[in-house]
Design a protein around this ligand. Structure first.
Ligand code: 3HC
Length: 721
């Protein structure tokens, strides 16, 4: 293995050895870094001119934790693999923490996972105000393994430590200071001097010398701890039953002592690293970061242009959500509506979005006022003359959109990016009446736009790479995960997931129970089943987008009459308090026996009778029937070059549709099953239930040749980007 990263050591006047972790960009703890850290500690302990040690990181990051690439080495049983128990017990505990000279962590940026764990073996932690501290290992399907499960509860108490570990959510320096996880916050310029002084103060007994692992003052009593852990077990069982957690390991440390806890922690980690969940989540980690690397665009050396002001056309649910997302990242926003009444309603929606953050304690009243002051409401285009980006979010009507884009071309500066949030209409059509096709792109948000993390950036054949680079940058600034896709009806996410509801409707027409399908899909890990999702989206929207698919690719959607029948009866989904479920003024979906009359009628109109074979399917087979057509559509999207790479569809499925991350995303999951099996099942169902199940040629070829679906190497399709 090529050497990756190291630590550097310099002995400062006064006798402090400054050890700097150096492994750009995030100072990940590779095996080399860890061994180099141990060697430098040992050298510092040997040297007579060293009285104390300060550990810091290079380049504005303390450390992003264990190098996640080493997980693969462990799984592949590589000779040079990480021995977790050796690092945790021999290096961190017996060498660093037990050293005869005190050490202080100078936290100059993120200190996450193993990074925070290194800082916790030090006798004190000094940080800059912007540092983030956390143990996010669970989001990779493992638990902290360099002593974090033992030391964090001893530093901040069990309840807070559990919250930080189970939510994988880092805290900011200020909160860490209140919790006494860090001892002082200082400016970046003062950090090293303060840390060095602090270390010398400890060595000269002017400050206490504390071994984290020996502390018990913050720990709850064993009885209290047991109660807290019992509650936490019930919570994780309810909220994340598929994720392993460190509760037993923490309990071991409290009941049998920290050394026993450390041993149990290392064994548990070593076991978890081999789990499918860990493999999937590591895939998600790297795939998420790879979405912003777009061949032919981000490798051209283009720099994003500055976007100082954004205009939104349309203040409906989506438009106001997009405005909120931008304002939350400090973008001044001009919101345009057709008249004052609609404008007021749009502004009210934005206020409500922000107020909900105030209510949840995520925003102070002052920040609320400051954020709201970024908004200007207008009913004409006068204020569009200095905007750098416009996002259109009006009715899905080609003619109306064409007029709006012609207007935008007239009123906006010539450099301005003209984006549309359409979820179905071809960008070329939208821009047909302009000479600005090169600066027209899709910026497709998901509802609610200020909450959902995905941003589909749609690029037509005319869209310039510069515009895509600009949108990628805005996406990053508003904390969305961007996925760049090509131009087609439904783009990647809506198109991939159109079979999710279509097939569910077909199965109901053939005898399956609405609520059974939803239950099986949620047990599989989806946040909602297809029918609960249809209720949320609303039947009006579902029918309109169904029409778009029917027009553009007849045969891609089921023609069940179930939704039109309910729609006719003004049963339109959650907004009307009645859809496939009933809602009693809150968001709780209650199964409603009334729907069976619509189901019966729909079956009569389709001329179907309950299919006894379908009724005998077990849960796994139902999941396959619903999701294999989704995989098939993902393959079609790949073969048409709508997505750059399979892993982009994994991320799009997770962040756009809530596909369970611990399954790695739609194509990753498909490859874990194998193209051959998926192809065989789809072919069988095509014979029995029609063309919605017909495997596409991309899938058929890979099944025949035994090639993974994620391998796009042999994809000869003409890229649409
Ligand atoms: C034994 C221990 O208990 C186990 C562990 O420590 S497991 C590791 C736990 N640590 C984490 O989960 C933290 C992961 N990292 C992060 O959250 C973020 O990268 C960060 C907050 C440190 C920096 O964020 P940001 O500046 O936005 O940079 P980001 O784009 O995420 O990462 C930059 C690059 O570093 C890589 N990287 C980040 N953390 C890494 C890690 N721990 N290992 C390997 N690579 C890592 C990313 O893949 C990316 O690579 P690329 O440029 O080739 O795409």
């Amino acid at each position: 293995m090529a050497e990756k990263g190291r630590t550097e050591m310099e002995v400062r006047p006064g006798g402090v050895a400054l050890i700097t972790i150096s492994n750009p960009p995030v100072n990940a703890l590779s095996i080399h870094v860890l061994y180099s850290l141990k060697d430098h500690y040992e050298e510092a302990l040997r040297r007579n001119d060293v009285k104390a040690i300060v550990v810091t990181g290079k380049g504005g990051v303390f450390s992003g934790g264990l190098d996640i690439n080493t997980f693969g080495a462990i799984q592949r049983n590589k000779a040079e693999q990480l021995k977790v128990d050796y690092v945790s017990i021999d290096v961190m505990t017996n060498t660093l923490e037990a050293a005869g000279k005190p050490s202080v962590a100078a936290i100059n940026g993120p200190a996450l996972g193993g990074g925070l764990e290194i800082s916790m073996v030090c006798q004190a932690r000094i940080s800059i105000p912007t540092a983030q501290l956390g143990l996010p290992e669970l989001q990779l399907g493992v638990i902290p393994a360099f002593g974090g499960t033992q030391r964090l509860p001893r530093l901040v108490g069990l309840t807070k430590a559990l919250e930080m570990m189970l939510m994988s959510k880092p805290i900011k320096a200020e909160e860490a200071h209140q919790l006494a996880l860090i001892d002082a916050i200082v400016s970046p310029n003062d950090l090293l001097n303060t840390a060095c002084r602090w270390a010398l103060d400890i060595s000269e007994s002017r400050r206490p010398w504390v071994h984290t692992l020996s502390r018990t003052d913050k720990l709850e009593s064993p009885d209290e701890a047991r109660e807290i852990l019992k509650f936490a077990r019930a919570q994780v069982q309810k909220q994340a039953a598929n994720l392993r957690h460190p509760l037993d390991v923490i309990e071991e440390g409290i009941v049998s002592g920290p050394q026993a806890g450390l041993r149990k922690e290392a064994i548990a980690f070593q076991d978890l690293v081999f789990s499918d969940t860990c493999k999937s989540l590591v895939h998600v980690f790297f795939s998420q970061r790879a979405t912003s690397k777009v061949p032919g665009i981000t490798d051209l050396g283009l720099m994003p242009r500055k976007v100082s002001k954004v205009a939104i056309v349309g203040g409906g649910l989506m438009g106001s959500g997009i405005a909120t997302a931008l304002m939350l990242s400090n973008y001044p926003v001009v919101l345009k509506e057709v008249n004052d009444k609609f404008l007021d309603a749009g502004i009210d929606r934005i206020k409500a979005n922000l107020q909900s953050r105030v209510r949840k304690g995520k925003m102070t009243k002052e920040i609320y006022e400051k954020t709201l002051s970024l908004l200007t409401g207008v009913v004409d285009y006068e204020r569009f003359k200095d905007v750098d980006l416009v996002i259109e979010e009006i009715v899905e009507n080609v003619k109306v959109k064409q007029q709006v884009f012609a207007d935008l071309e007239r009123y906006c500066p010539s450099h301005c990016v003209l984006a549309t949030n359409t979820s179905t209409i071809d960008l070329d059509l939208i821009g047909e009446k302009t000479n600005s096709q090169d600066r027209i792109a899709g910026a497709h948000f998901f509802s609610p736009a200020h909450v959902m993390p995905l941003l589909e950036i749609v690029r037509s054949n005319h869209t310039s790479p510069q515009v895509v680079v600009d949108l990628l940058d805005v996406g990053k600034k508003i904390k969305k995960t961007p996925v760049v896709v090509g131009n087609c009806t439904g783009f990647a996410v809506n198109r991939m997931f159109s079979p999710y509801t279509s097939i569910a409707l077909l199965l109901v027409d053939r005898g399956m129970d609405v609520y059974k399908i939803d239950q099986v899909c949620t047990e599989f890990g989806m946040p909602m089943g297809p029918f609960r999702l249809l209720d949320l989206v609303g039947f009006g929207v579902a029918l309109a987008s169904g029409m778009q698919y029917l027009e553009n690719s007849p045969g891609s959607v089921d023609k069940s009459m179930l939704i039109p029948l309910m729609f006719e009866d003004k049963r339109t989904g959650e907004a009307s308090q009645k859809g496939f479920y009933k809602y009693e003024g809150n968001r709780k979906a209650i199964p409603d026996p009334d729907i069976f009359k619509y189901v019966e009628k729909s079956r009569r109109m389709a001329g179907t009778v309950p299919d006894l074979e379908l009724l005998k399917l077990d849960d796994k087979e139902i999941v396959e029937m619903v999701f294999f057509p989704v995989i098939n559509e993902a393959c079609q999207v790949l073969s048409e070059g709508i997505a750059n790479k399979a892993s982009d569809l994994d991320i799009a499925s997770i962040f756009g549709m809530g596909f369970p991350p611990y399954r790695g995303g739609i194509v990753y999951w498909a490859d874990s099953i194998g193209a051959k099996r998926i192809h065989a099942r789809l072919s069988e169902w095509e014979m029995k239930h029609g063309q919605l199940f017909r495997p596409c040629s991309y899938l058929s070829e890979r099944a025949a040749e035994g090639v993974p679906l994620s391998s796009t190497a042999k994809n000869n399709a003409k890229a649409r980007m």
